[in-house]
Design a protein around this ligand. Sequence first.
Ligand code: NZQ
Ligand code: ZN
Length: 390
Amino acid sequence: MKDFIFSSPTKIIFGKGTEEQVGKEVKNYSNKVLLCYGGGSIKKYGLYDKVVKALKEEGVEFVELSGVKPNPRLGLVQEGIKLVRENNINFILAVGGGSVIDTAKAIAMGVPYEGNVWDFFEGKAELKEALPVGVILTIPATGSEASDATVITNEDGWYKIGFHHELLRPKFAIMNPELTYTLPPYQTACGVADIMAHIMERYFVNEEGVELTDRLCEATLKTVINNARIVLKDPANYNARAQIMWAGTIAHNDLLNTGRGRGDWASHRIEHELSAIYDIAHGAGLAIVFPAWMKYVYKNNINRFVQFAVKVWDVDLPYENLEEIALEGIRRTEEFFKEIGLPVRLKEAGISDDRFEEMADKCTKGGTRTIGDFVKLNKEDIIKIYELAR
Ligand code: NZQ
Ligand code: ZN
């Protein structure tokens, strides 16, 4: 087990009706905030009115930035930075999913910085300061509500890049599972795949002697799988929604990789190229990429894939050899993604095979770096993984 530092300072306010507390929470930081949200789901389902009421009750003024798109764009981040500066705002409230939260985080980084906020994503600047961000979460998926990351797409060249810094962990996250009842089944499923991917990125490491986090990962995966099946049949099942919502945070606040390094993250990098160019939902992209990645790398540490098959998917049939068990675990992962309505091949998502080389090139910065830690992958490897996902 490796040494580690673990800090997850986000205050979690979890449960029914918790959105009503947002005014009080915000007031601990500011009397004037940027209210950041997406394409309108919060208005359609009544959350917007509740947030406005809660802010007004506490005398908190707000300026709005709406229209955040899934796979959020740099252009809107830059608009937000301008708006915050013009209005002397010093707190950002994100009401929505990962795209809204990531936009809020990028604005928070950009406001105190004189240069272009994209510099951080390109590794050209070091983050020294960021405004505080608070969250009301409406879709369990990315874990951005407590993560140190933001992922933004630059429309100029369609580069989708993530940036990590401890300063980006939100101050608070309000999480009411009832707010997720309105999610369309496809978005629910995309969220589930993303949560599973965040756990699997951390699970597939070569570190030995990490039984506690192995068990935590396996338990969280099993919980998400079981409850996904429930909510897809019964969308207003509070307890099942609640299990998934809390799992989404646990999956990505770095608890599950304590003592085992950061994790692999190749599948995420390979997926980000897909959602950058083809604008597919991140979770759907992962449902396609992760099984292909597994098929490509399992031989490098067959025991870990056998453990995954046995502990997560209960594979206990009398298989002839370890390889068969490992492959059965991968097959069941893919079957599950299909079962919850996600594509598992690029062609099912309408993606052709003519840009594999370009995506692999971007992913490896022109072939100058490898990605992944479980197995280090170069440009040729990445092309082969896209081919397996065809
Ligand atoms: O825009 P609105 O109208 O609000 O609709 C959204 C959007 O269309 C809808 N939605 C959200 N909550 C809803 C709802 N519809 C009905 N009822 C609700 N309660 O869902 C759609 C998707 O929203 P989005 O925020 O894009 O989803 P998600 O949370 O999956 O975020 C995806 C983005 O986060 C990045 C992804 O790459 C992608 O860009 N990630 C961020 C990470 C991080 N910051 O730590 C880590 C992840 O690995 C990921 O890369
Ligand atoms: Zn993800």
